[in-house]
Design a protein around this ligand. Structure first.
Ligand code: XUL
Ligand code: CO
Length: 455
């Protein structure tokens, strides 16, 4: 979710802002394995260069900070005004403000040791009255961002287009019934693919914010899905034309802001990609907050996408499964992180994807240090999750129990079924010979108890 309300706008604030070009908390976050519980300004589990299962921790985790929540979030919600005053942001829609914000953002990431960042085109630069003017602003900011990336040795995990906030997109972007809007979205994406190439972005994300419907009474769903597929085909063609080597990613979400979004969940997106012959060109960026909104458990879409070789990257946040909307909280649940990291380690890592903190501090978390604490806590949660996952994998007890559960498909007629060489008649013969199947326990509680031994 995104919010773009201004922060503060008075003249004194502007004078003060002009002076601030670094994140105003003096720290370089360190690894302190013996830290006491209330020492939250250090990592207790994240030791970036420590080798775990043949790779440095930082290469398993590939953390990334996002521009929209962390540097454009104001704490405004549908019921209340902004609460988060950022002393470097004068609230103006100017290039100067955009540059200052970016400078502070890079200093913030550097203090945390975060090596990747992500942004929407509209997060980093003001939008003008015409496409040409908007693109000129973007070009100026992109050149400035490239300098900062070089200076701080921070890379672009992915960029994306905001195809949902502007009023022109109220009926969707590529799925809009008006071709004029479709064309504008295409022009916007072309520019961002050019930027991705120039900045050496490792991925490019599409989140279909308003690609869905509010009522079927005015909607031709087949036309909209065909349009979306044609849009993506044009993206693939342009990617080849300009030689962009990053991975294209689609981020599923079931609802909000649309009542129903076409990219409902991992399996819906995989089926869409396979239906339209796009599955070799795209992978998925999974956000667990969206997965739980779709009614699944936290790690469901990570597991499903990975099972089909389609897990590209993760927007590592969490929702409140007891609510029905997108809260984008920092991930602080060690058990969930361990289960996600188990899947990631077992598929050999996420590269060129990463763990992007598409998360916002609560509107009540008004201290500047809360921004640091939130990122440190989330990084440490995933680092601890990685350590737990590796222990589970190395022990092999849980994986062996799952393998054993399916072992009847490894020999005899089960193996023939698996290889596609058995028939219904063979199965009838098998039953006539072997009688009724016995009840075999699923052992859920045993698996839950074993998992708890690792946490
Ligand atoms: C919206 C969301 C977006 C995407 C990028 O819920 O997650 O921020 O990650 O557009
Ligand atoms: Co996201």
């Amino acid at each position: 979710m995104l919010s773009f309300a201004p922060t503060s706008g008075d003249a004194n604030a502007k004078m003060e802002c002009a002076k601030i070009t670094s994140f105003p908390v003096d720290i370089k976050v360190q690894f302190k394995p013996d830290a006491k519980p209330d020492d939250v300004m250090c990592f207790k589990y994240y030791n970036p260069t420590e080798i775990i299962m043949g790779k440095q921790m930082k290469d398993w985790l590939r953390f990334s900070a996002c521009c929209w929540h962390t540097f454009r979030g104001t704490g405004a919600d549908p019921f209340g005004f902004p609460t988060l005053t950022r002393p470097w942001d004068d609230g103006s829609n100017t290039i100067d403000n955009a540059k200052r914000r970016l400078k502070v953002a890079f200093d913030f990431m550097d203090k945390l040791g975060i090596k990747y960042w992500t942004f929407h085109d509209r997060d980093i630069a003001p939008e003008g009255d015409t496409l040409e003017e908007t693109n000129r602003c973007l070009d100026e900011i992109v050149d400035y961002a490239l300098q900062l990336m070089k200076e701080k040795d921070i890379k672009l995990l992915w960029n994306t287009c905001n195809l949902f906030a502007h009023s022109r997109y109220m009926n969707g972007a590529s799925t809009n019934p008006d071709f004029h809007v479709f064309a504008y979205a295409a022009a916007q994406v072309k520019k961002s693919l050019d930027i991705a190439t120039k900045m050496g972005s490792e991925n490019f994300v599409f989140w279909g914010g308003r690609e869905g419907y509010h009522t079927l009474l005015n909607t031709n769903v087949r036309s909209e899905l065909d349009q979306m597929a044609k849009f993506f085909k044009m993206v693939v063609a342009y990617k080849k034309k300009i030689g962009f080597t990053g991975q294209l990613l689609i981020e599923p979400k079931p609802k909000e802001p649309s009542k129903h979004q076409y990219d409902y969940d991992a399996m819906t997106v995989i089926a869409f990609l396979k239906t339209y012959g796009l599955d070799n060109d795209f992978k998925l960026n999974i956000e667990p907050n969206h997965t739980t909104l779709a009614g699944h458990c936290y790690e469901h879409d990570i597991v499903m996408a990975s099972a089909y070789g389609m897990l590209g990257s993760v927007d590592s946040n969490t929702g409140s499964p007891d609510l029905g909307w997108d809260t984008d909280q920092f991930p602080m649940d060690v058990k969930s992180a361990a289960l996600v990291m188990k899947t990631i380690v077992q598929q050999g890592g996420l590269t060129p994807g990463g763990l992007n903190f598409d998360c916002k501090v609560r509107r009540e978390s008004t201290d500047l240090e809360d921004m640091l604490i939130a990122h440190i806590g989330a990084m440490d949660c995933f680092a601890r999750g990685l350590r737990i996952a590796v222990k589970i994998i190395e022990d092999g007890i849980m994986d062996e129990a799952v393998r054993e559960r399916y072992s009847t498909f490894e020999s005899g007629l089960g193996a023939k079924v698996k290889s596609g060489t058995a028939s219904l008649d063979d199965c009838v013969d098998f039953i006539l010979k072997n009688g009724n199947p016995k009840l075999i326990s699923g052992k859920q509680e045993k698996m839950e108890a074993i998992l708890n031994r690792y946490l």
